[in-house]
Design a protein. Sequence first.
Length: 142
Amino acid sequence: MDLLARREHSRKELRDKLRRKGYENEVVTPVIEQLEKDGLLSDARFAEAYLAFRSRRGFGPRRLYQELEQRGIDSHIVTKALNEEPLNWLVLIEKVWQKRFGKLPSNLSEKAKQYSFLQYRGFDESLIKTLFAGLSATKEID
């Protein structure tokens, strides 16, 4: 209960933490099942909280999807959470780009560096292209 009082956990995270503390699977499994039954442990709730936290840190949907799957969240729960979370990925990618670079690339090497950084952060190619198209259009108007 102490672990759950601090923050949401996925089933896998809680199982792993309890196993590291020396508890056997025969003890851990029924406890996790009871916590879920009581509504104190929920992979869906964990996914929502994780998405909110990590997106505020500037990570995109691809990276978040991968991170949640690594934490033992089923892909259908991850997809549902990503679709239900009221995030505007284009606004987020622009904030991330602005904070890191703040100016359009002047050559192909800089552009590749910016693309690579944004992809590493979890934004897909279509979002990156949309971002640069919008930035380029804004610059031409100025």
